[in-house]
Design a protein around this ligand. Sequence first.
Ligand SMILES: NC(=O)c1ccc[n+]([C@@H]2O[C@H](COP(=O)([O-])OP(=O)(O)OC[C@H]3O[C@@H](n4cnc5c(N)ncnc54)[C@H](OP(=O)(O)O)[C@@H]3O)[C@@H](O)[C@H]2O)c1
Length: 248
Amino acid sequence: MITLAGQTIVVIGGSSGIGYAVAESSLQSLASHVIIASSSLDRVNAAVSRLESSAKSAGVSGKVSGRVLNVKDSAQIKSFFDEVGEIDHLVFSSGDALTLSGLKDLDLDSIRGVYDVRLWAPTICAQQAKIKKSGSIVLTTGSVVKKPSQGWSIVAGIAGSVDSLTRGLAVDLAPIRVNCIAPGFVNTEMWDTTPKDVLEKIFAEQSEKLLVKHVASPEEVAEAYLFAMKCAFITGETLHVNGGQTLV
Ligand SMILES: NC(=O)c1ccc[n+]([C@@H]2O[C@H](COP(=O)([O-])OP(=O)(O)OC[C@H]3O[C@@H](n4cnc5c(N)ncnc54)[C@H](OP(=O)(O)O)[C@@H]3O)[C@@H](O)[C@H]2O)c1
């Protein structure tokens, strides 16, 4: 079995949701050092404690570190990678709140910043990270890249750009591999701002509709990130992990 033994993994967005599950799964896959980063000190510290407990329970000895990094600030990204030094894999799963609805009503000039965290930041990270030639980058897009919902044009634009960026980076950074994961509905903290009754309705509807009959756990989706890191023969690909969402 291929493991991440002896490898250092940076997970930007690792304090929560999909990124946290990737950090935890990397430790269980014997990574020697997992470094998580996100913008909130409290969330980073809490996640590091949870990861340390999880690693202890799993009987694995990988080291866990946390760094505060606001990926909206390109100078912070550069200093972060200068401090972290050479790594094996970079996973990027940061995402801030998206409160876009409808297209016609949006003041597009006022929301130019929505591209910063999900598109511009991974581009800068890919440029600045010091990744070993045998290593990889795994980015994050979403099922919206293939199947936008009503009112999601802007998000589809970001997601499609990340999908395309993946292939560009795979060519530019070779032999470092660059892949991307496109999750469907995943039950993470990202949904915490949605009112509970609305969320329950969305998840119930999706569980009924999806071919696999459930919304994903972050751990299920993390498997795809682990595969992208471990399989040395995949690059320039977007893996769709959406429970059949694009077929229904
Ligand atoms: N969950 C889903 O259903 C789903 C589906 C498709 C695609 N996605 C995409 O997958 C990605 C991860 O989603 P998730 O569900 O794991 O969300 P999440 O649980 O909300 O996690 C988002 C992470 O991004 C970090 N973050 C936010 N703003 C940041 C900033 N300025 N700088 C650095 N880090 C920042 C957050 O930490 P801090 O708050 O500490 O900064 C957190 O660690 C997002 O891009 C999301 O759009 C999610």
